[in-house]
Design a protein around this ligand. Structure first.
Ligand code: BTN
Length: 245
């Protein structure tokens, strides 16, 4: 997949570029990376700050033969892959916050946005969007993000070669994707648990039924986060944004 990386200059969002390629039949592992995004997107309709030449703003085409309800599992494997690549190439101690934010010292380093397209035959393709804040310094962040975001430069003290790191991410992604397709979620869940900063922590989460609080004890079979409440009840949480307490 690293051989198929296309580098673009300024785009609205690499998600749209990858979608266009996927619609034209681009094979699995096709990846686009931009120097700058003017309309970078985050989860929950948020914007993703993507300044020029500072980050890895990249989207990858996947064509998994899996049922619709399993697609959240792809975000777990993408988180594991990116975390492994960052640890290997930079030594920065990144950890995964459920489901797939990467943090260092409690601050966000990387986000992943998975978007799926369905047709009459089911899942057509998925686009895994990966945003790694590589060479941003504090001044590159707007004030409101400075306390909650970080970068590989801030954490590791030196700039990273974005092209090389992007290729390593693609190699890790290909490997973990293959592992998932061959053996299912179990080996991925195991790696995820090893790299997680969520397990063992008390967390809170807003659900349609109200505020839920408990200790994160592991991943369920479907990739949901298992939360044990004070009264012993274990609930599997599949979507939502958790708060580490
Ligand atoms: C998040 O909110 O945590 C997910 C952020 C995902 C950002 C990446 S950058 C490359 C790709 N293109 C986008 O517009 N978003 C994703």
């Amino acid at each position: 997949w690293a051989e198929r990386l296309q580098r673009l200059n300024t785009v609205a969002s690499t998600q749209e570029e990858a979608k266009l390629l996927a619609e034209k039949g681009a094979p699995e592992g096709t990846a686009v990376m931009a120097e700058e995004q003017t309309g970078g997107r985050g989860t929950r309709g948020r914007k993703w700050h993507s300044p020029k030449g500072k980050g890895i703003w990249m989207s990858v085409v996947l064509r998994p033969a899996i049922p619709l309800q399993s697609t959240p599992q792809l975000t777990l494997l993408a988180g594991v892959a990116v975390c492994s690549a960052i640890r290997k190439m930079t030594g920065v101690e990144a950890g995964i916050k459920w489901p797939n934010d990467l943090l260092a010292r409690g601050r966000k380093l990387c986000g992943i946005l998975l978007e799926s397209s369905f047709g009459p035959g089911g899942l057509q393709y998925c686009i895994a969007g990966i945003g790694i804040s590589a060479n941003l310094s504090e001044e590159d962040y707007p004030i409101e993000l400075r306390e909650i975001a970080t970068s590989l430069l801030i954490e590791g003290g030196m700039p990273v070669d974005r092209g090389e790191l992007a290729k390593e991410v693609l190699r890790e992604l290909k490997y973990h994707y293959g592992l998932y397709m061959d053996q299912g979620l179990e080996p991925i869940a195991h790696l995820w648990e090893e790299q997680s900063v969520t397990l063992g922590r008390r967390i809170g989460l807003k659900t349609p039924q109200g505020w839920l609080e408990g200790t994160a004890i592991g991943l369920g079979e479907d990739g949901g986060l298992l939360l044990r409440e004070e009264n012993g009840t274990v609930t599997s949480v599949c979507t939502g944004e958790i708060v580490l307490i």
